[in-house]
Design a protein around this ligand. Structure first.
Ligand code: TRP
Length: 329
């Protein structure tokens, strides 16, 4: 069975775009692959979170992914820093990563621009640590969005360089992962574009009913159809797209018909949409809260993941040490 590795940054909360995108893919992958999903807490240190924030964020994302259905019985779910062998592999790979190529990555340049007073070494070597994350389990596939493709390319480069240097095909060259068919792209509420954290247009799984309703009621619309069967404009199509994933087909059809006959009232549409989103997210939200408070369960999940991940990591690092010549006396 092929191996999939994916890292999750412990920042922010899951929104509907994440849910119907990355998370849905994870749920499918865990049935089809040998999956390692980890919370990338080492990586998040580049922005200097406070200890309390860091811990709370790790707990929160872990609870959110578990509430969404990530299953510790099917996948290896762990905290990156629980597996220090990753740091060792990163250090070893770093010996063959060059300053120039690290400086040239777009993510480094972006971050250096965004945090000019904190251009630290961790930011520069981010792709090296990410390569270690992936290579430590000899991943075949890595699900990555557009923004991570360059980092994955660096992983391939480092893996290939290692193989070349030590004259053996030790590391597999990981491929980016994509389920063939396109996922429904979840739009934001601001008229155009997709839902995103940085866009500030997200509907979060943890949003409480009242603020959620407020957000939806403020969604951008237009001045309404003026003649029967006029084409659907983008802001309205976006609301329909959201309905497609949370409402019943009948509800969606009802509002589409109203639109076609120019009788639609956007207030009603939004009210229904808010209600249906709420109906969809409430059970997940309740689960997030109960998991987040369940120390015993979290400890059990994390321990299970740690043990499985450490085993796989220890084997790789031992082999790499041998190959490099760090032989034990
Ligand atoms: N860099 C990824 C992100 O920002 C997170 C990540 C860290 C990752 N290590 C990884 C993703 C390894 C896939 C594989 O989203």
């Amino acid at each position: 069975m092929q191996t999939v590795v994916s890292g999750i940054r412990p920042t922010g909360n899951l929104h509907l775009g994440n849910y119907f995108g990355a998370v849905k893919n994870f749920l499918r992958m865990q049935d089809e692959y040998n999956c390692y999903f980890f919370i990338a807490d080492y990586h998040s240190l580049t922005t200097h979170p406070t200890p309390q924030d860091l811990h709370n964020n790790v707990r929160q994302v872990l609870a959110e992914y578990l509430a969404c259905g990530l299953d510790p019985e099917k996948s290896t779910i762990y905290i990156q820093s629980d597996v220090p062998a990753i740091a060792e592999l990163s250090m070893l790979l770093g010996m063959n990563a060059y300053l120039g190529e690290l400086e040239r990555t777009t993510s480094f340049k972006d971050k250096a621009r965004k945090q000019p007073n904190n251009v630290n070494a961790g930011l520069l070597t981010y792709p090296v640590l990410m390569a270690a994350d992936i290579l430590i389990h000899k991943a075949d596939k890595v699900p990555v969005g557009k923004d991570q493709e360059q980092n994955l390319e660096m992983t391939r480069k480092f893996a290939g360089r290692f193989n070349h240097m030590y004259k053996q095909e030790y590391f597999k060259i990981p491929q980016s992962f994509n389920y063939g068919e396109a996922l429904v792209k979840i739009p934001g509420l601001d008229g155009s574009g997709k839902m995103g954290k940085s866009e500030g247009n997200g509907i979060y799984l943890i949003d409480e009913p009242k603020p959620l309703q407020k957000k939806v009621m403020r969604a951008v619309t237009d001045s309404g159809p003026t003649e029967p069967n006029s084409p659907i404009t983008e802001p309205i199509q976006n609301l329909f797209t959201l309905m497609e994933v949370v409402s019943t087909p009948d509800t969606l059809q009802y509002f589409k018909d109203k639109y076609a006959s120019c009788e639609i009232r956007y207030g009603d549409l939004k009210k229904q949409l808010a209600e249906d989103i709420n109906k969809f997210t409430t059970p997940i939200r309740e689960k997030i809260v109960s998991i987040r408070e369940d120390e015993e369960y979290l400890r059990k999940v994390v321990k299970m993941g740690r043990e499985k991940a450490q085993e796989s990591a220890a084997q790789t690092v031992e082999e790499v040490r041998q190959i490099i010549g760090l032989k034990r006396f």
